[in-house]
Design a protein around this ligand. Structure first.
Ligand SMILES: [Zn+2]
Length: 260
């Protein structure tokens, strides 16, 4: 992970570095020598400084450019998460997984219990390819309108089905309609994951509008809500990935953003 920075301090800074490298104070060097020194420094491909790898080079104005490497990978990238509710869909989810795999992007899928049977292979693939799988209740219900017993049944039955396929516990839930009962205590603790950008993809089914809405509003750490049940959503999601990867965004699973 490389990040470019620019030092505007010019020759004075170059002189300080040269003097420091020479190991002591000395008379100020004439500009011609400084220019040469700066270019010499530019040829030093890497220096180790305070634990970070630093590369220098000079530009025409005499400013020195430097770049830092050796920092923890991903520490300075802008992270965002794509989340897909209501699936898996027998056709569009696989198309989406193909596109995400080509782009090496991890996403989050909140599954409906009622959509799992017969689509086990898709869910197995999600897990194998590093996507996060969460719970979206069994029948897409408003948890807050049910008794505690019914609500827990909705959640536990769905988690059980997912775990039977992936072998992994389900820790996260996207409550339908965003309605979550904080007091709800089932046999296992579930962490709710909401969203910050609602694409409204299920109402518009318009690829261009979905892309526009996301790329014009996106900010670091956003969690984007979509539904992998539509052709338009799959196409829009992959376009969003291409556009935002080019802007330096990294797509991560939603748990990474809520746990930071
Ligand atoms: Zn939903």
């Amino acid at each position: 992970m490389w990040k470019w920075g620019k030092l505007e301090l010019g020759w004075g800074f170059a002189a300080l570095i040269v003097l420091a490298l020479l190991g002591g104070a000395g008379p100020a060097l004439p500009p011609v020598l400084l220019a040469a020194a700066c270019h010499e420094l530019g040829h030093l491909s890497a220096l180790w400084l305070a634990g970070a790898r630093v590369e220098f080079h000079c530009d025409q104005t005499g400013s020195m450019m430097f770049r830092l490497g050796g920092v923890e990978p991903g520490a300075e990238t802008k992270k965002i998460a794509l989340t897909f509710d209501d699936g898996p869909h027998p056709r569009y989810t696989e198309e989406l997984l193909d596109g995400l795999a080509e782009r090496d992007v991890k996403a989050t899928f909140f599954l409906l219990g009622q959509n799992i049977e017969g689509r086990e292979e898709i869910i197995e693939r999600m897990a194998r390819e590093g996507h996060l799988i969460g719970n979206h209740t069994y029948y897409h219900v408003d948890i807050t309108r049910l008794s505690q017993r019914e609500a827990c049944r909705e959640i536990l039955d769905t988690s059980e089905k997912i775990t039977a396929i992936t072998g992994q516990p389900v820790e996260y839930i996207r409550p339908p309609f965003g309605n979550w009962d904080k007091e709800l205590e089932c046999e296992v603790m579930m962490l709710p994951i909401f969203w910050s950008v609602d694409t409204l993809d299920w109402t518009t089914k318009n690829e261009d509008q979905i892309v526009q809405k996301v790329v014009t509003k996106i900010e670091e750490n956003d969690i984007i809500l979509m539904h992998d049940s539509y052709d338009s959503t799959v196409k829009a999601a992959l376009r969003i990935v291409d556009l935002l990867q080019a802007e330096g965004y990294e797509f991560v699973t939603a748990d990474e953003l809520i746990l930071e």
